[in-house]
Design a binder for this molecule. Sequence first.
Ligand SMILES: [Fe+2]
Length: 192
Amino acid sequence: MSRLIVMPDADPSTVLVDTTEVSAIAASLDSIGVVFERWVANAQIGADADQDAVIAAYAESVDRIKAQGFSTVDVVRMAGDPSDEAFVVRAAEARAKFLAEHTHDDDEVRFFVEGSGAFYLRADGKVHVVVCTEGDYIFVPKDTRHWFDMGTSPRFTAIRFFAIPEGWVGRFTGDDIASGFATYDELVGAGS
Ligand SMILES: [Fe+2]
């Protein structure tokens, strides 16, 4: 279930907002320039579906976002058996990549086709934690301080949209704020 938790950025133990109500999530995120929408995610995606098949399944929505200037689209898919050591290593590497606070020169635009992951968005002296699940579309403006936690047993498929693909490089702020906040596993449960 989609969920938003808001805390002061200097006090992760104080919960200001904790809601699963979509309109409340969207309104709160709108106040920091982030777009959050629920799309119908009813396409059947096979376990072995490749990037083209995933994009084709959501062609109408993908075309709508591309028309807004996001000309490049790809699919990121994380899934595997937690007892498979190779997957555990790959998952840990993927998770570590964006687990520290960073920004991008491009907007971060994602649609979750299945599974889930948590964005931590820092703005206005607060951290907005958005647990995105199947059907969630999120637009994070460029230069927004944030990090992303997919959990230790990641499972998600997301369509990514890029206006300037070369702009999607993490610029790490060097602030270790992320280490003070609850992880995806702590919020959602490992392997959920
Ligand atoms: Fe990012």
